[in-house]
Every structure is written in structure tokens, then in C-alpha cells.
Ligand binder design. Structure first.
Ligand SMILES: Nc1ncnc2c1ncn2[C@@H]1O[C@H](COP(=O)(O)OP(=O)(O)O)[C@@H](O)[C@H]1O
Ligand SMILES: Nc1nc2c(ncn2[C@@H]2O[C@H](COP(=O)(O)O)[C@@H](O)[C@H]2O)c(=O)[nH]1
Length: 433
């Protein structure tokens, strides 16, 4: 497990480094590794640049992710091919991307539950999916299916908006039998997407519910990312209930936050979401990202950054605290943090696809790093209380933001490498600020 983010720390990482005090109490000869698990609809992204007329002609909705039937997919694909509009094909899926990026950043294992075509030929979509996934993502538990994986037509219009048209193939056929209870229960987190709940009569929804129950029984944080505002807008009350019952950490963008809570103001939306879950990561495009969560009064830490104005005055006052589950706090205190885009965003945004998933993978890395550190250096002062993450709200914001920047600066939603060990362009000033 690599260190999450980049900074100097008084806590030893990697854990096998010689710290005379903790090693005497708890020698770490060979560290005990940790992993995270996730469930996704196995999808490839087929990216094309189209005009608004194309979106209308195919009865799609700008910015939405819509399911389309086989006939509509055939028509759409044919038009893309005839016009030579396809610019790239990548492995995709919001959780697939997140697990891949987690494994790339953490140099650690993630386990993906999903389906995979049992007959694969070189060059087909299933083949590409496997080729474009980090070898640290454990795909040994995928369920073989007698048909294609899903295709996600990622249609980019001039305005920069992405519209997804999903041809499902067998992506929703995942059965509960292929959820490995032990792996879920021993993981540092279980990552899910709201898209899993729109599978109709297909079994992936029940498989996700089983994994949620397994995770909850073992106190493993359930992490949900909302996918698209249209899905949430359909029935916000249902989602509020779902999150209250099952979710520890909620990841969303500002539009999804508004759809869920009815609040346009991101801070107020996060404050509201904290009534239903323990920790919130809310990305806000060119405005950067926000985090909100709980810490116990006795463990709160005041920031040394400038106090920020907003609908909650000086909202970042305790952003140097570490996030905790509300139930672990004797006196829960709501904490908020914000960061503007790293270096104002890349000079040229190649593709916004996956920027949000990138931020979530950084948060998952920090959460897993905490479990990893606790398992190996239990006596460390870090673990005097039960925190959800290794780092503070402020530090996770920096890290998540940095990862989003990297995704924006490249073409694919999946990182091709981890972050540089040192920031050549920035020196250490940014990280230590
Ligand atoms: N136009 C932009 N300029 C600078 N940074 C951006 C821009 N758009 C996105 N980002 C960065 O990417 C992160 C995620 O972007 P966002 O568009 O909110 O995610 P999503 O893909 O989930 O909609 C933001 O928090 C920010 O750090
Ligand atoms: N599992 C699913 N993933 C989907 C679906 N529709 C789109 N997507 C994936 O989202 C990412 C982009 O993420 P974002 O953070 O930039 O919004 C992309 O790679 C798609 O594959 C879906 O229905 N199910």
C-alpha cells in the first residue's frame, strides 16, 4: 500500500519502516495487506463527438445516462461508424473506473464483482475491458455469462456535456452467488453506484443488496456514488431512505446533490446529506470539491487555513479533523472542507469523463490506508479513536482534487499511472500549505 497523497508525516508509512517505539511493541515483519471490493455493470465506453441533432435523433437526453434497447443501439452504432465519429474506446463503468484508479494509486488490491463474457475473442469489447484494467484489480470473481458485456456510448457535444446511451448486453446478469461474502466482510470498503438499482428484473440489484448486508454486518463502510442527477430526480425520497438505511459514505456532484436534497447551495446540500450518512464527497466542477462529515468534539482540530465564508459561516474551521462515523462520536460535530481545482485546472481539459470517479478513488485510498495502518500498527496514536480515514478532511480534499486534475488532463477515465512521487511543477509547497 502506497502512502495516500504526498506529504511528510510523523506516522510511519510504509508500516514496516523502522520506528523504534511502535516496532518494539508491534513489529511489522511482513505487513498484513488490505483490499476494497466493488460491484459494477461491466461496460466499455465508446466515445464519440456528436452534435445536438444526433442526441435528438436518437431520443437521448443531454447529460443523462439512458438505457437503450438492442435496436436503438444498432442504429446508433451504425451512424457513429458510418460518420467515423468514434474517437476512442475504453474500459468504463463508474465503479470499474474507481477500482482501477484506486488500485493504480494505492498499488493495492481491489476486487470487482460483475460479469464477463465467457467466450472472448482478441479485440472484442470484453477483451479490451480486461486489457484496460489494472492487474491489481482482482477479476477472478467475475461471473461468466453467455453474451456480450455492456456498451456505454459516451457522446460528447460541443458544449462539453457528456450524454451516455447504455446498451446493457449481459451487464446486469450478476447473481448473488458470485458475491464473495468473506471478501466483502474483510474489505476496507464496499463501493457501489446508484446505477445498480435500475436493473429492472435482472439480478444485479439483489446481488448489490446482498453485498450491502454482508458489509453492514461486518461494519465495513458502504460507499455509494450517485451516477447522474436524472436517476435521483426520479424519486429523491426513495434515495434519501436508501442512503439512511445502507450508506456510510456518499459521493456525488453538485447537480446530484441538488437532486437528492433540493438544495442548490453545495454546503447546505452536504449538511442535509449528513442527516442520512456519515461522510460526503461532493465535486463541483470548476469550483473544486467539498467534503462534509462528522468528528467527535474531543478530537476536533482547527484549521490553519483561511476561514472561508459561505452559507455556513467559516465552514472549514475544523477541516484538520479526521472524519468519523456519527455513531462513534460522543458529541458529533459537523465538519466541512473545500478546495479549489488543483492549479486552477489543467491548461487544456482533455476529457471530463471520470473526474468524479477519480476523486472518489482517492478517498477510498485514504480509507483503506487507515485500515491498513490500523491492522499493522494498532498502537499508533492514529488509532486511539475510530476514524473513517487516515487523513483529515483538508488533506483528503487536496488528494482527491489532485487525482481529478490528473484524470482531466488525460483522455481516458482510468489513470494510466499513479501520481508522481514529487510534483515537478509545484515543489512541495502545495502539499505542505
Ligand atoms: N472546468 C474545470 N476546471 C477545473 N477543474 C475541474 C473542472 N471540472 C472539473 N474539475 C475538477 O474535477 C473534479 C470533478 O469534476 P466534476 O465535473 O464535478 O465531477 P463529475 O465527473 O462527477 O461530474 C472537480 O472537483 C475539480 O477538481
Ligand atoms: N456502471 C455504470 N456506469 C455508467 C453508466 N452510465 C455511465 N457510466 C460510467 O460513468 C463514467 C463517467 O463517470 P463520471 O464520474 O465522469 O460521471 C463513464 O466511464 C461511464 O462508463 C451506467 O449506467 N452504469
Amino acid at each position: 500500500m502506497k502512502f495516500p497523497g504526498q506529504r511528510k508525516s510523523k506516522h510511519y508509512f510504509p508500516v514496516e519502516s523502522r520506528d523504534p517505539l511502535t516496532n518494539e511493541l508491534n513489529p511489522v515483519l511482513s505487513p498484513q495487506h488490505t483490499h476494497i471490493t466493488g460491484i459494477d455493470q461491466t461496460l466499455v465506453d465508446i466515445e464519440a463527438h456528436v452534435d445536438h441533432a444526433f442526441i435528438e435523433r436518437h431520443q437521448l437526453m443531454l447529460g443523462n445516462s439512458l438505457l437503450i434497447d438492442d435496436e436503438a443501439a444498432q442504429r446508433l452504432y451504425q451512424e457513429l461508424q458510418q460518420g467515423q465519429l468514434i474517437t476512442a474506446e475504453f474500459a468504463g463503468g463508474t465503479i470499474g473506473n474507481t477500482l482501477h484508479n484506486y488500485s493504480t494509486l494505492a498499488d493495492g488490491r481491489s476486487v470487482m464483482f460483475g460479469v464477463m463474457s465467457q467466450n472472448i475473442t482478441v479485440g472484442d469489447y470484453a477483451y479490451r475491458y480486461l486489457c484496460n484494467t489494472s492487474s491489481r484489480v482482482d477479476l477472478n470473481h467475475l461471473q461468466p455469462v453467455a453474451g456480450p458485456i455492456g456498451r456505454c456510448f459516451t457522446l460528447i457535444t460541443k458544449c462539453g456535456e457528456r450524454t451516455f446511451a447504455i446498451s446493457r448486453g449481459h451487464m446486469d446478469k450478476l447473481s448473488s452467488d458470485f458475491i464473495d461474502e468473506e471478501l466483502v466482510k474483510t474489505g476496507a470498503a464496499l463501493a457501489l453506484t446508484a446505477y445498480l438499482m435500475r436493473a429492472g428484473n435482472d439480478p444485479i440489484t439483489a446481488a448489490a443488496m446482498q453485498a450491502i448486508n454482508d458489509a453492514t454486518a461486518a461494519n465495513v463502510p458502504v460507499v455509494l456514488t450517485l451516477g447522474t442527477r436524472f436517476l435521483i430526480e426520479d424519486d429523491p425520497k426513495w434515495w434519501q431512505q436508501f442512503i439512511s438505511e445502507h450508506v456510510t459514505v456518499l459521493a456525488m456532484n453538485e447537480e446530484e446533490a441538488e437532486a437528492l436534497t433540493g438544495e442548490k447551495d453545495v454546503l447546505l446540500a452536504c449538511q442535509q446529506a449528513l442527516e442520512w450518512c456519515d461522510l460526503v464527497l461532493c465535486t463541483a466542477g470548476a469550483r473544486g470539491l467539498f467534503m462534509a462529515g462528522y468528528t467527535d468534539e474531543q478530537y476536533k482540530r482547527a484549521t490553519t487555513h483561511t476561514l472561508l465564508p459561505g452559507s455556513i459561516a467559516e465552514f472549514n474551521q475544523y477541516e484538520f479533523s479526521r472524519p468519523m462515523s456519527k455513531i462513534d462520536c460522543l458529541q458529533p460535530l459537523k465538519v466541512y472542507s473545500h478546495i479549489a481545482p488543483f492549479m486552477g485546472g489543467p491548461e487544456k481539459i482533455t476529457n471530463t469523463n471520470g473526474a468524479g470517479d477519480g476523486a472518489l478513488s482517492a478517498l477510498l485510498h485514504d480509507m483503506a490506508a487507515n485500515v491498513f495502518h490500523r491492522n499493522n500498527v494498532a498502537q499508533s496514536s492514529k488509532h486511539q479513536f475510530n476514524a473513517l480515514s487516515y487523513s483529515s478532511f483538508a488533506q483528503i480534499c487536496k488528494y482527491a482534487n489532485r487525482v481529478s486534475y490528473e484524470v482531466l488532463a488525460q483522455h481516458s477515465p482510468r489513470l494510466s499511472r499513479g501520481l508522481p512521487e514529487r510534483e515537478e511543477s509545484l515543489e512541495e509547497v502545495y502539499w505542505e500549505r
